[in-house]
Ligand binder design. Sequence first.
Ligand code: ADP
Ligand code: TYD
Length: 213
Amino acid sequence: MLIAFEGIDGSGKTTQAELLNARLTREGVPNRLVREPGGTRLGEGVRDLLLHRTDLKISPVTEFLLFSASRAQLVSEIVMPLLAEGNAVILDRYFYSSVAYQGFGRGVGIEEIEMVSRVATGGLVPDVVFLVELDLEEAIRRREMEGRRADRMENAEIEFFKRVIHGFSECARKEPNRFVLVDGRAPIEVTAEKIFKDVMFRIKNVAEEKNAP
Ligand code: ADP
Ligand code: TYD
């Protein structure tokens, strides 16, 4: 079972991904939480280049290819083997982030992103994507409350983030069966319970399908 969390910066993805990881573990479901764009040594290097090296010039296409390179390594080195061993894998961001940020946000062609993402991931798509939806004002307020230092991506302008939000909605509209919309303003525990139940339901369904004659 491959589970992805998507949404803009500060929407609450990491909070929910971590809660799901802990809850599944408590319930005895073998699972691992993996974060994009890091997760491998190569990925951490690329992440550093992308997020912290503000001295570097990086074009939108280069940015996309770097995220994709990191993703390709993550899928082959970590995600595929974990899935093959029977683990549920929780991804904190996946290629939909590239569609939303580099595609809708920065203007790289959506079809090209989808094509390269298929190459990078070997065609591995999540069973379910939880899209945490939050208005920009609240996301910014939360980030400021945290006193989080803005990285290169987060320094981008308001209009950019509006396009990113629209991009995520378009991804969900195109794949309504894969996406579950999550209200980013709902209380953390209420959302966590809903997500956990949804995932358990899917895991049971897969198990029943396997056992069916
Ligand atoms: P992301 O991974 O999407 O950037 P985080 O999970 O790091 O977001 O959450 C950003 C901030 O918002 C954190 O301080 C977190 O505690 C807070 N937060 C997350 N979910 C909620 C929620 N449902 N209601 C209020 N605050 C939240
Ligand atoms: P992340 O650390 O997950 O950010 P946050 O916890 O703030 O949501 O991701 C770092 C930044 O990288 C974030 O601004 C989104 C951006 N990003 C892309 O632009 N494209 C991508 O494909 C990915 C995975 C992330």
